[in-house]
Design a binder for this molecule. Sequence first.
Ligand code: PLP
Length: 313
Amino acid sequence: MGHGAGQACNFFDMACRVYMVRISYEQKPYRRAIMQSFGAEVSSSPGDSTQAGRMILEQDPDSTGSLGIAISEAVEAAATSDGRYKYALGSVLNHVLMHQTVIGQECLQQMALADEYPDVVVGPVGGGSNFAGIALPFLRRNLREGQSTRLLGVEPAACPSLTRGTYAYDFGDTAGMTPLVKMYTLGHGFVPAPLHAGGLRYHGMASIICELYDQGLMEAQAVPQLETFEAALTFARSEGIIPAPEAAHGIAGAIREAQAAKEAGDERVILFNLCGHGHFDMSAYDAYLGGELTDYEYPQAAIERAMAELPQV
Ligand SMILES: Cc1ncc(COP(=O)(O)O)c(C=O)c1O
């Protein structure tokens, strides 16, 4: 799912078809060019090569796409390829989250080297994989060893699945081809605003993250787009690294924590995950610096409309 896409891959000779969300296809041309450089065939989603894509275009010829639609197209391409393609998803699924825990394992060791331990661990949440990666090893310490580190996932205000979604069974994709998953969802028909953090525009969330959130074992916050880019520039100017807009959501959450600690007069050790650089997202920075970006709140009426389409279980 990385880079706003659903992928159907033939692992044997590495032929790869990528369905890239239309708005990301347009906003992130260099990510597309990198995939093409390595031989991937990249199409803008929704497109007319699949039944799912044609159905969406019939309803809305100007659809900017969504991760849910790209997943439908990739699943359909794999399912109708007579075994030529296998479907691969880069987030959301349990094994992907487990694989990412190498991040938190390494952080435990880095923290020990620094003779510190985090009071709070922060990361952006799209499908939930990078956040789970950094947070789960610390959750284990909380549950097994009596630590009390707070775990904070940060999502965009324009795609607030944890903070404003409903915990229910829903499809992982828009056309309803995947198995049902119990998760916080904005509805599989949700089409997010074209904010510049393609990897965070997913209607649902990894089921492990949802269960932890439901049980109060982690927290979530939603941040608006402009605060995110302001945080990204503060970080770039102090650290010399330009973060991906997705990663900048985690940075905005870390800055909020630091400000709250300052106001409360607390010492607070804050660990956050810088999950990607922004070198292929410079068109987003260009738009922000040119004053062209706006905040998007997701309207309550749209959430209610999408909720009406939840499958009855
Ligand atoms: C740089 C970056 N960070 C974060 C994400 C969000 O995904 P997840 O929440 O699964 O880590 C993406 C997804 O494409 C991404 O490209």
